[in-house]
Design a protein around this ligand. Structure first.
Ligand SMILES: Cc1cc2nc3c(=O)[nH]c(=O)nc-3n(C[C@H](O)[C@H](O)[C@H](O)COP(=O)(O)OP(=O)(O)OC[C@H]3O[C@@H](n4cnc5c(N)ncnc54)[C@H](O)[C@@H]3O)c2cc1C
Length: 422
């Protein structure tokens, strides 16, 4: 069988690798010049750094097994970095049961109430929580103030004006999946994607980078052959696996029936935007700062070099300032200079000593379809792996609900998909 895999991110590469291992002929089409999709990196000195901050949780078992399988385990390190929240102008740790009980912005009775609610969520299955929004449910059971001081702002930072529509099982999964120890692949997660592409090639497959898929159509209804039209030419395959967001898959494949589109070309996704600064000095003492205070133009600050030593990056102090926004948000159109001019006064609120002269290098990265908006209706609109068209499969990070998207879930879905196909 000859397979086309659309998209060379975690999911596409893993699916292609499993198919190649099973002796199938496989070709991956990736529009970017680098493999890795949202988890891809760029060069900082001699190493890769992710365009968007990345780490693993201990619960990411499929990702950990994949790293071992690809002989990269010696590069994976587990660290407990400081992950904190900025509340009322002060930094507070809130990443474990103990830190919750000591969390000063809440009164003692509020801390106990939040602890009871989170413990309850740890015990119940997510199916019991379907149909409820996290906003209404958490506000009711935690109480208005504890919810609005921390959790509401976290939802706003990820989902903006849609923050009050997010399904409670999504929050349940975050609570279950997150761990205080975080894993990082020294040298950058890009190494994982380079290794996957290499293994695909060694088994006779191909990963075509810089090749945008423009149209996909079934040319012969009887034997089900597929034509894939790309920016670099046209190829024919027996089967097609699309790992692109379902909306993009629907655009590329006009033959998908209307009933399918009505049900699955549905919902919204946000894009992501990151300004990365290379600084001459350390900015904060934390790796991950959730910004719970209002009025900041970024929703998370990740000082990567409080997680991985600056020595690995030639002494640079590397800071991500991240945002999720609707894909037509003005932020995506601003120049780097405009973004820095907007953001820098707020860095001074976090560290009064910060001075723009600290900035030695800077980069901006943006990506569409980076965060599915998981409302209570979302589950009904997750497409099955097989489409109504013979030989066409869809598998993408929009199908991993209730889990938040993550490399782990893309790898796991790729494994499930290939087991099903074969
Ligand atoms: C800000 C941010 C932080 C994150 N942090 C973490 C983290 O800490 N840990 C973690 O595990 N995960 C994290 N993630 C999530 C993780 O990056 C994704 O879940 C994972 O990379 C998704 O892989 P994928 O292959 O499913 O999708 P994608 O990576 O989106 O891959 C789809 C690919 O399809 C390509 N494509 C699209 N259209 C076409 C076309 N027409 N032709 C050819 N190619 C096309 C795209 O270029 C892309 O490479 C983060 C994501 C973001 C945005």
């Amino acid at each position: 069988m000859q397979y086309a895999v659309l998209g060379g991110g975690a999911l596409g590469l893993m699916a292609a690798y499993r198919l190649a291992q099973a002796g199938q002929a496989v070709m991956v089409f990736e529009q970017e010049q680098l493999a890795g999709g949202l988890a891809a990196g760029f060069r900082v000195g001699d190493v890769w750094l992710e365009k968007f901050y990345h780490h693993l949780f201990r619960s990411d078992r499929t990702a950990i097994r994949t790293i071992e399988e690809l002989d990269l385990a010696d590069r994976l390190e587990w660290i407990r970095p400081r992950t904190v929240s900025l509340v009322g102008g002060h930094i507070h740790q809130l990443d474990s049961p103990l830190s919750l009980l000591l969390f000063e912005p809440w009164r003692i009775d509020e801390r106990l109430r939040v602890a009871a609610v989170l413990s309850f969520l740890k015990l119940v299955p997510p199916s019991l929580l379907e149909g409820k929004t996290a906003h209404a449910w958490l506000r009711r059971w935690m109480g208005e103030r504890p919810y609005s001081v921390v959790f509401e702002q976290l939802f706003i930072s990820k989902f903006g004006t849609l923050h009050d529509q997010i399904a409670l099982p999504w929050f349940w999964a975050r609570l279950h999946d997150r761990t205080t120890h975080l894993g990082y692949l020294h040298g950058g997660f890009q190494l994982l994607y380079e290794r996957l592409a290499q293994r695909i090639t060694e088994r006779g497959g191909k990963a075509l980078l810089g090749t945008q898929v423009e149209k996909v159509e079934q040319v012969n209804q009887i034997d089900g052959r597929w034509r894939v039209v790309t920016s670099k030419g046209t190829w024919h395959f027996d089967r097609v696996i699309s790992t692109l967001p379902t909306r993009l898959t629907c655009r590329l494949i006009p033959q998908l029936p209307d009933e399918y589109r009505m049900r699955y070309d549905w919902g919204r996704a946000y894009g992501t935007h990151c300004l990365i600064l290379s600084l001459a000095h350390q900015l904060t003492e934390s790796y991950w700062i959730n910004i719970c205070d209002r009025g900041y133009p970024f929703t998370g600050l990740f000082e990567h070099t409080n997680f991985i030593s600056p020595a690995e990056y030639g002494g640079r102090h590397l800071v991500y300032l991240g945002n999720y926004r609707p894909m037509d948000d003005a932020l995506f159109t601003l120049s780097k200079e405009q973004v820095m001019a907007d953001f820098f006064p707020h860095l001074k609120r976090i560290n009064a000593n910060f001075d723009p002269t600290w900035v030695q290098e800077s980069w901006i990265f943006k990506a569409p379809y980076a965060q599915p908006i998981v409302t209570t209706e979302y589950r009904k609109h997750i497409p099955p792996l097989h489409t109504p068209l013979e030989g066409l499969w869809v598998a993408n990070m929009f199908q991993v609900y209730p889990h938040d998207r993550g490399q782990n879930y893309s790898f796991a879905l790729a494994n499930t998909l290939v087991e099903r196909i074969l």
